[in-house]
Ligand binder design. Structure first.
Ligand code: ATP
Ligand code: MG
Length: 432
């Protein structure tokens, strides 16, 4: 059902949501009988405003005050308010107004729609430039559209001409990741571009090794859309995650980390079922989005690609512990030294030998008891065991009380946390 039964109005009308954007209003018709979730609305807004990250939207109450919607709960409240006004309009014989919503983007207003995208839709009319939105988009059709996208993109149609590179999302080990617009599908992608001076033969080998990525189909693994070589660089196109990687979030609360851990364990288990060993599990290779999904990326499926990159390795080997929000081996740092300064001084890496020695010689770090739940402390202790034979396998981790406790499929928790963090970041950027 479109909304829970108790809230569904006695009306034959289908719900029309009018998305108010600077470039024009866009009407989205939702057929009766569809289920509508908060993240569906964000998805549609994402199609209307592909250049912005939207984490919430607003509607106006009868006094014209804007009310923010950030969750399914708040959306239910909005819908019941809307249906009450619809009933009033029906009783008074008035025309039924669509439900008007105002997307709230995570970027400062000055930066919105920098590419001048236009949505030219008149109220109530259909718009061919964005069919998924105007054709009455239900949860199912959203799934269909992303499956179709995967097909279009993976069908060998991925090429440089169809891609417009936009912002830089980050630099890593040998490559740069861009937010990019795929013109034929109208989708935003993340494209990792790695310069590689290698022979044509090796290029072919890498392409065939990457083939396995097309087979990866898990909600815990980043979607792969294709790869191509142009001159001396490879571009790897993947799903764009609007929450970015976990390394920029620093200290993450336990109830969020619980859900993240579940996704990571499930992702690793899935990779293992395809005989893929990740080899680079770290916060910058765990991505999140405002739908509350957590996905792994950058696993070493192509030995040749890994070897080719290794020649130019300048990556970082030091990263924060997400529960503590600090480097877990403080003894590597001299008194008063800050991790980031040391990393910068060493051009991205933290004295590898010193760190290695520390990992080998010292006891593994433990979470401070009292600050975290017993099951979390135990979970980390098990994962940090030095002897590989003593470290639990993914299937053992799946039945660990910490994982069992948070394996509740509650994407809302991560979704709300990501949205809140992005909003905080946005307001901090606004202040600066
Ligand atoms: P390393 O190369 O050692 O793995 P890294 O993971 O930080 O380091 P990259 O993999 O090149 O480097 O990624 C750079 C940054 O780009 C990441 O930290 C992340 O913030 C961002 N990024 C990567 N992939 C995506 C994606 N699919 N969606 C959104 N942001 C992404
Ligand atoms: Mg990475």
């Amino acid at each position: 059902m479109l909304v829970p039964r108790e809230m569904e109005p006695k009306t034959r009308l289908q719900l029309v949501i009018r998305i108010k954007v600077a470039s024009g209003d866009l009407d989205w018709s939702i057929p009766p009988g569809s289920q509508l979730l908060f993240r569906d609305v964000l998805d549609v807004i994402g199609q209307v405003l592909p250049d912005t990250t939207t984490t919430a939207f607003e509607y106006e109450d009868e006094d014209g005050d804007r009310i923010t919607v950030r969750s399914d709960e708040e959306m239910k409240a909005m819908l019941s308010y809307y249906y009450a006004t619809v009933r009033e309009q029906e009783v008074n014989g008035q025309m039924i107004e669509p439900l008007q919503i105002y997307p709230r983007a995570c970027k400062p207003p000055g930066k919105r729609n920098i590419h001048g995208l236009k949505v030219n839709t008149r109220a109530g009319s259909s718009n061919n430039s964005c069919p998924a939105v105007t054709e009455g988009l239900s949860n199912n059709s959203l799934k269909k559209s992303s499956a179709e996208l995967k097909k279009i993109l993976a069908n060998g149609q991925m090429n440089e001409q169809d891609i417009q590179y936009r912002d830089i999302l980050g630099h890593g080990n040998g490559g740069t990741v861009y937010k990019a617009y795929h013109v034929p599908s109208g989708k935003i992608l993340a494209v990792k571009v790695i310069p590689l001076d290698i022979t044509l033969e090796l290029q072919k080998q890498i392409m065939s090794e990457l083939e396995i990525l097309y087979k990866c189909d898990s909600s815990y693994i980043i979607g792969f859309y294709g790869a191509f070589f142009v001159e001396n660089r490879i571009s790897i196109c993947t799903e764009f995650m609007d929450g970015g990687s976990l390394d920029v979030y620093r200290k993450i609360p336990e109830h969020v980390l619980g859900r993240i851990s579940v996704a990571v364990v499930k992702g690793l288990t899935y990779l293992w079922s395809l005989k893929i060993l990740h080899r680079d599990v770290k916060p910058s290779n765990m991505l999140v989005n405002t739908r509350g999904q957590v996905k792994l990326c950058d696993f070493g499926v192509s030995t040749q690609l890994v070897n080719s990159i290794a020649k130019t390795y300048v990556g970082t080997n030091a990263y924060m512990a997400l529960a503590l929000g600090r480097f877990p081996y403080p003894q590597v740092l001299r008194p008063g030294e800050v991790l980031n300064d040391v990393i910068q001084k060493n051009q991205g890496s933290l004295m590898p030998l010193q760190l290695l020695q520390c990992i080998v010689d010292e006891d593994p770090p433990v979470l401070p008891v009292g600050e975290f739940s017993e099951s979390f402390v135990h979970f980390i202790t098990q994962c940090m065991r030095k002897l590989p034979t003593e470290r639990p396998a993914p299937e053992e981790l799946m039945v660990h009380p910490f994982v069992v406790h948070y394996n509740d499929k509650n994407a809302e928790v991560v979704s709300m946390w990501v949205c809140r963090m992005l909003e905080e970041r946005r307001s901090q950027q606004g202040i600066q």
